[in-house]
Design a protein around this ligand. Structure first.
Ligand code: PLP
Length: 347
């Protein structure tokens, strides 16, 4: 099976498994796991923040950040299709008690002016909730792995701060943006009070995200919610070792995933009956659609021939990652062309 379903499908490599097997461990909850402490320090430095916190998942990184930056009843401005609104089971409402002020966009990116306008639309005084947080997703998953330019990030975060909001980056795939843009993770994260990266996506680790911010915010706010939400662990160094291995070996190679996504997109653009939904991919995510039949039917037929794709909002999504080679992407193109030829013509 060629697995383009998601970059969450990566399995730990043999080298990663041996790094995990030989990891030094301790009680993470008591800050006595040396491998977790090492990972936290390494990610804090990478992201240009004072401190960082290892967590079991990206969803928990977002949940803790939302909770730690706001008071229930506040409002948050974010993009309308962002992961924390669309794919986190309503935790934003249950755990943080926030009203969402969603901004519709074309490519997952909004402007400082749109932030200003949205804030201005809220009435004065007792009528509106305080808008205390701005969230940004880099890269934007459901907009097709699109990259925010650093300048635009700086613009929206400066405006948010001026308007009294804290700023949070969902950087699940920030390192894809770093590789695509050639600008460092710290440059991308500079305007954000908090930022996290995911290790279980294209970086190829089995589990984990690391949330970074100021020393005070991490130790006195985020760590409390980590414990409350059940994210405090014990001998978690075995997992942190996989993340450290990924930082050493799986970052630069993200460029291969981006090249493979472009190759796949070129095949898709050439197939009669398929079209790219967001143009040429900037990173490792390709959204496309079929102009004949349904996405679900097309995906089911591809699966019968050994190609796994996902469907979302009536579109198809292919995501490249370290378990998918250039040859696999060539073969995926062939499979999609074969399936499309076998479908009934447009009526
Ligand atoms: C996958 C993802 C998450 C959630 O991360 P998990 O590690 O799966 O919990 C959050 N935001 C974005 C943009 C994602 O792609």
């Amino acid at each position: 099976m060629i697995n383009l379903y998601s970059d969450t499908q990566t399995r730990p490599t043999d080298a990663m498994r041996s790094a995990m097997a030989s990891a030094e461990v301790g009680d993470e909850q008591r800050r006595a796991d040396p491998t977790v402490e090492k990972l936290n320090a390494r990610v804090a430095e990478l992201l240009g923040k004072e401190h960082a916190l290892f967590l079991p998942s990206g969803v928990m990184c977002n949940a803790i950040a939302l909770k730690a930056h706001t008071t229930p009843g506040d409002a948050v401005i974010c993009e309308q299709e962002c992961h924390l609104v669309r794919a986190e089971a309503g935790g934003i409402g249950l755990m943080a008690g926030l009203q969402v002020e969603p901004l519709p966009t074309k490519h997952g990116r909004f402007t400082a002016d749109e932030v200003r306008k949205r804030k201005a639309r809220l009435l004065d005084g007792v009528y509106s909730p305080p808008v205390t947080l701005l969230c940004v997703e880099q890269t934007h998953n459901f907009a097709g792995g699109t990259v925010w330019p650093v300048e635009q990030l700086n613009d929206v975060t400066a405006t948010a701060h001026e308007l009294g909001m804290a700023t949070h980056m969902d950087g699940a795939r920030l390192l894809n943006a770093v590789v695509a843009s050639g600008q460092s993770a710290a440059e991308h994260a500079a305007g954000f009070d908090s930022v996290w990266i995911d290790f279980s996506k294209g970086l190829g680790a089995p589990i984990g995200g690391v949330l970074a911010g100021s020393h005070d915010w991490i130790e006195n706010k985020a760590r409390r919610y980590k414990h409350m939400f059940g994210g405090a662990m014990r001998q978690a160094g075995i997992l942190a070792a996989a993340a450290l291995h990924a930082l050493d070996h799986h970052v630069e190679r993200l460029a291969d995933d981006h090249a493979n996504a472009k190759l796949l997109a070129a095949h898709i653009a050439d197939i009669d009956g398929l079209e790219l939904a967001h143009g040429e991919p900037q990173t490792n995510i390709v959204f496309f659609r079929t102009t004949r039949g349904t996405a679900e039917d097309f995906a089911a037929k591809c699966k019968q021939r050994g190609l796994d794709l996902s469907t979302l909002y009536g579109d198809l999504r292919a995501v490249t990652h370290l378990d998918v080679s250039r040859d696999d992407c060539e073969r995926a193109g062939t499979i999609m062309a074969e399936v499309m030829r076998g479908l009934p013509a447009d009526v």
